[in-house]
Design a protein around this ligand. Structure first.
Ligand code: CMP
Length: 139
């Protein structure tokens, strides 16, 4: 079993797609270990996306991720990191395969509905960014 972090981004939460995305993830075999709804401060969003600081889209990404509430999820299943990225589809919804979450729910390359950790190491770090140790104890 492996864990990964997903974030339902401000666009999908505002559109009322959170329940549908959660049901889709459960159908794909993911178990929800922890879930919360929150709004990132600018400082938190800047810290979370620190690796993208030099990218031209960084400022806009921070604006977007602080524009409304998000729903971070700690998800568990076998091969969770790789499988979540498959289920999400390509970053740009125009390039995402049919049936993937981004094809179904994303609006643009920036407002792309959902985030998923890109490696097991980053998953561990990102899970700890959003959830306390106590929240990550399996129920
Ligand atoms: P994600 O891969 O979850 O994390 C980085 C985010 O930056 C990405 O989702 C998009 O929301 C955003 N992003 C990536 N590439 C671009 C781009 N070319 N233009 C605007 N936003 C982008």
């Amino acid at each position: 079993m492996q864990r990964t972090l997903a974030i339902l981004k401000p666009d999908s939460v505002a559109a009322g797609d959170a329940g549908k995305i959660l049901a889709h993830l459960e159908r794909e075999g993911f178990t929800v270990v922890a879930i919360k709804k929150m709004r990132l401060t600018r400082e938190q969003a800047e810290a979370f996306y620190e690796v993208h600081r030099e990218r031209p889209f960084y400022g806009s990404l921070v604006d977007f991720m602080t524009s409304g509430p998000i729903i971070p999820l700690a998800l568990e299943r076998e091969d969770a990191v790789r499988r979540l990225r498959e289920v999400m589809g390509a970053t740009n919804p125009a390039e995402a395969a049919a049936g993937t979450l981004r094809k179904l729910y994303a609006r643009s390359i920036e407002a792309n509905a959902i985030h998923g950790s890109d490696s097991p190491e980053n998953a561990r770090e990102e899970l700890r960014f959003f959830f306390s140790r106590a929240e990550l104890i399996a129920s």
